[in-house]
Design a protein around this ligand. Sequence first.
Ligand code: CS2
Length: 498
Amino acid sequence: MERIIKLNEKNLQLLPKEVSIPGYDRSKIRAGIAHIGVGAFHRSHEAYYTDQILNHRGNADWGICGMALLENDAEMYNVLAEQDGLYTLMISRSDGTRSARVIGSIIEYIFAPGNPEFAIEKLTSPDIRIISLTITEGGYNFSATTGEFQMKEPLIQWDLNNPDNPKTVFGYITQALKRRKETGRAGVTIQSCDNIQKNGDMLKKMLLTYVKEAEPGLTEWINEKVTFPNSMVDRITPATTSSDIENLQSLFGILDSCPVVCEPFIQWVVEDNFANGRPDWESVGVHFVEDVDPYEKMKIRLLNAGHSLLGLTGALCGYTYIHDVVHDELFAAFLRRFMENEVTPVLDYVPDIDLNAYKESLLERFGNSCIKDKVARICLQSSAKIPKFLLPTIHDQLEAGGPVSCSAIVIAAWCRYSEGSDETGNKYIIDDDMKEILQENSLLSREDPVSFLRIEPIFGDLLYSKRFIDAYVKALQCIYQLGIIECLKRTISPDEFS
Ligand code: CS2
């Protein structure tokens, strides 16, 4: 591209014709949604759906005000501010074709640590009718084993003592709801968009526990005026790299410092339970249903757990990209076996979904080499992911007397992964809030094979299931002695696995 255009409002009309740009006048859009956690996933998913509906008449009240609560979101804030909230979404298909669309739905952006009062006031504003969140699986602050809110966490304690200068989502939202109640404002919907089963119910439970301690008088008002729809969200969205930024320049002539690359597939299944109106997202393909549970269960236990399976086992062989892992027939066969034998039997009936086609589509989606999704992204924060993605399947199978051997291999691979180097000795960084204990217990496992399972906040009482321990120890010994490839081979041809 000869001509490079810097992305901002004033330059929108100068962009090449093949780049879609907002078809609406952004100056006429008001924010009706405050979104906390403006990472790549929000920008490929909810912000994209919302950008589409803003092109339809009658939705001008449903722009997004992005909100960053974490100090390390400052860079993203500065870039988005410089680009007037605009960024490019580059959809990469597996045949190598890409399309670029400038998303205009984020019309305001607030960096809360710089001015918490301003952020609280925004969340209190009557214009804001939906507060949505992508704060990652770890952001909900519940114990993996008890499911209870962790009141003793230092940041939660900080918020309890500094209600006007909070740091966590619980502190911010509580303060805003309190002010809404005091000023007689209407209710609001709080919409979780994270990969947690019954994410809305979970969020409600966590928030009410916090509120009981921080503002007990608010509980009733929340029960009456605030809804927490459950939802299943889906679109594979890798972290943006510098080569994505370069590709956008060379292919489309756009200079954008915070583009997002994602797959073509997108899905959002939401419980239609909104306290104070919502955009007509159904007109752009969002699926509203009465009960999201079977959809979430299917997605989290097949897609997300499938991802972790590929990431943790693939990392041991030194793979960098998820597509390379799944293009290896052995890993693909292992994934199919896990989905078929261990996950499918404990799923519920999912209306309107052909489960076999869904599972095959996952292999295709994981295999998209053009999105360059990294093993490292999948493995990060496994301590927050595995308890939500995989442990429920193991527990259900143990209760049903069904197979757990593939799941045990994934946990054993996670233990071996946590040593911090792959099977050829290459070191990598373990990006996990629990990395010290993970690494310590994984190294101890060479002597005491169940040491990793002793991490009680993750595994709870799994340590007391003899059937699981047997499968796990067998898998771990096999990985230690013969390596992950041999371990998978023996699982795929069980006769050889004695
Ligand atoms: C991934 C998800 O974080 C992970 O481990 O499984 O980010 C996954 O890509 C998305 O949930 C897809 O919708």
